[in-house]
Ligand binder design. Sequence first.
Ligand code: G3I
Length: 344
Amino acid sequence: MRKSLEALLAMVPVVAALVVAPNAAATAQAAASTPASTTAATLKDAASISGRLFGAAAAANLLRDAEYVATLNREFNQLTPENEMKWDFIEPNRGLFNYAAADRLVSHAESQGMTVRGHALVWHSQLPAWVQNMNSPGQLLTAVHNHISNVASHFSGRVAYWNVANEAFDDTSRAARRNSVFQRLLGDAWIEEAFRATRAADPTAKLCYSDYFIEGQNPKSDAVYALVKDFKSRGVPIDCVGFQAHLTSGAVPADMRANLQRFADLGVDVHLTELDIAGSGTAQADSYAQVVRSCLAVSRCTVITLSGVTDKFSWRVSQTPLLFDRYYTKKPAYDSVLSVLIGG
Ligand code: G3I
């Protein structure tokens, strides 16, 4: 059995071309009796078996770090610039665009055959003061249109998915819109404006709404669900929902699969866009397995992306939430993810 699994993994590009996500269960079943940790698979190869991508957020300044790059290149086939496409990075001063760091990441991804996710066009955080301090709706709308048309056109054809609007819902009531400059000056319509502007600037990229604390069914995910349903019913262009999935061991929502499925049933793809799970050891491994199983059970859950490559550079560094430790050693959670992807 092991031999046939290894043969299957060696054929991954062929298998990925032939096997689509809905057939994952059959493929997984065929591989089920082989312990995944004994194979030579990588995360991206294992995810390819069911036609999925396995990605990571990456930082341009770390492309000089040989150990970091070796792990990124070996394990991942989708890259999300961690900060370099955010508004304060890319347009720190009005009308002056700084693409150097983002271009480096996109070129690196292309050189490795990785798919790129753009992150993020309109977000209340990492927003330059010149935008935050605006008080004219007309000027803000012009600034949003100008930002999106410049950035999305610049990367047109090179970015497969855009997180168009990020974290638009509140942290307290969670079902209400967040009090951002966009919401205050433009009202509810700002998200729709952003999606239409992105589609106009790059007709081929898939357009996603992305948020955290929406992995299970709750008032916040209900609010995002209503937004997506409304967009689909009115023909506002939206292709995918990004579930950031910043989670904690032992606290993965039990209804995650059902929640992903209800979004998929609206006619959008669902992506795990910044997956990380605080914790360590078996508890962390079990929680990662639960999340990956939830995705594999939903045919439209087509991309799993981690918030980083290694705990060493994680934005939640003290919570050791990733699959490689600070020495780039594979953690128990790595083995459990690989095993679930392969079907163990
Ligand atoms: O660019 C400056 C640099 O000039 C300065 O020398 C340095 C000193 O600290 O700071 C640099 O900016 C930092 C930036 O990352 C780039 O490294 C910011 O201080 C730091 O706050 C910022 O953190 C990022 C964080 O978003 C900001 O909210 C993390 O790297 C990034 O992983 C994290 O990612 C977000 C997602 O985009 C959206 N979901 C939530 C997640 C956490 O907020």
